[in-house]
Design a protein around this ligand. Structure first.
Ligand code: SF4
Length: 389
């Protein structure tokens, strides 16, 4: 049996301050713990590798939080640990997320020299008022400089994250953000449709009536603006929220969308492998303590796991459809599905497929099934139909 190569996600849960919309597992003001945290992460990688039969990995994603708070030497340590213990190969895609205010020329050059070959920059907006509302620490000019520095350092694969559908954002301001960012000629764009997350300052402002709630119709118009402008700039849409120049689709994220195995390392990280989904504790001191005590556990478990769940065959089928249909160009490959589950997609989901096809929301041919363009905007409502009863 062929075993899929793994992807590795390492979570860096440190930020200089909290953005107003953010509900990720991350902490401001704890940067003093970074060296101890990196040691603990290294131990988790090493321990996981010790308990694996030789494993091979083809992508590494340093996400956060703000991974660009790490020094190049710390990044090199983590990449080296993944190469030594988790079979991270020479041709691997290695991504680091960066915030513009934490990137400088020396760091960019250092990351590139350490082996990072893809940079994902959190820009979110180029409009001063929106950046203030989001409590971002950078200006549009700093973001442009960060892209320029990365280019000079040799990065030829740069992704930019943007937010749409936010309060006070207008179609005019959104189009201005898109046009400015397209002027930087990134290889890849990820869009995040703003949702109000519980216990965030932005949600509290809306609750107190200081801000209007996000308007879903306006957000839909902005999504269509993005589709039009990004395509005009030569970026193709390959996933519901992601656009790329040919050849620069995120290999790491594609692993998630293809429902293939990944290891989650670090505070709050989630992994999925061997028919199980596991997640780590969310407290930094608890994580460091657990990794210091280090009770070995069989691969792919780790002493940092808070808990896990079994993914039964029915759920695995549903998730393969729900994630795979997000890939709007390639959709779900019929032969891959049959090879994995020993039955056709029709045998698993016949009635749902017939209904969605009759409603013009999916289309299929002899090779694949995918969403129709009119389903992109209501994808959540469409995809939920594949969940088990
Ligand atoms: S930088 Fe990213 S992870 Fe940190 S608070 Fe802002 S949005 Fe959240």
């Amino acid at each position: 049996m062929q075993i899929d190569p793994f992807s590795i996600y390492v979570h860096i849960p440190f930020c200089r301050s909290r953005c107003s919309y953010c509900a990720f597992v991350t902490y401001a003001g704890l940067e003093a713990c970074l060296p101890a945290y990196i040691d603990a992460v290294e131990r988790e990688i090493e321990g996981m590798g010790q308990n694996a039969s030789p494993c091979s990995s083809h992508t590494l994603y340093l996400g956060g939080g703000t991974p660009s708070l790490l020094s190049p030497a710390q990044v090199e340590t983590l990449i080296g640990a993944c190469r030594d213990h988790l079979g991270l190969g020479d041709g691997a895609e290695i991504t680091i997320e960066a915030n513009p205010d934490t990137l400088d020329e020396k760091k960019s050059i250092g990351y590139r020299a350490a082996g990072v070959n893809r940079l994902s920059i959190g820009v979110q907006s180029t409009q001063a008022e929106e950046l203030r509302l989001f409590n971002r620490r950078h200006t549009a000019e700093q973001a442009a400089e960060a892209v320029q520095m990365a280019r000079t350092a040799g990065f030829d694969n740069i992704s930019i994250d943007l937010i749409y559908g936010a309060p006070r954002q207008t179609r005019t301001s959104w189009r201005a953000t898109l046009d400015t960012v397209m002027g930087w000629q990134p290889e890849h764009i990820s869009l995040y449709g703003l949702t109000l997350e519980e216990d965030t300052p932005l949600a509290a402002m809306v609750e107190r009536g200081e801000l209007d709630a996000p308007d879903p119709d306006l957000a839909a118009d902005m999504y269509e603006d993005a589709q039009e402008r990004l395509s005009r700039a030569g970026l193709g849409q390959y996933e519901i929220s992601n656009w790329t120049r040919a050849g620069y689709a995120s290999r790491h994220n594609r692993q998630y969308w293809l429902n293939r195995p990944y290891l989650g390392i670090g505070v709050g990280a989630h992994g999925s492998a061997g028919g199980r989904r596991m997640w780590n504790v969310t407290s930094i001191p608890e994580y460091i303590r657990r990794m210091a005590e280090g009770q070995a556990r069989p691969f792919p478990f780790s002493p940092a796991n808070e808990d896990y769940e079994e993914i039964n065959e029915g759920l695995a089928k549903s998730e393969t459809m729900i994630l795979g249909l997000r890939l709007v160009e390639e959709g779900v490959d019929r032969m891959d599905y049959e090879a994995r589950f020993g039955e056709s997609i029709e045998a698993s989901f016949g009635p749902v497929l017939r209904e969605l096809e009759a409603g013009g929301l999916i289309e299929s041919n002899s090779e694949r099934i995918r969403l129709t363009r009119r389903a992109y905007l209501i994808s959540n409502r469409v995809l939920v139909r594949f969940l088990p009863d």
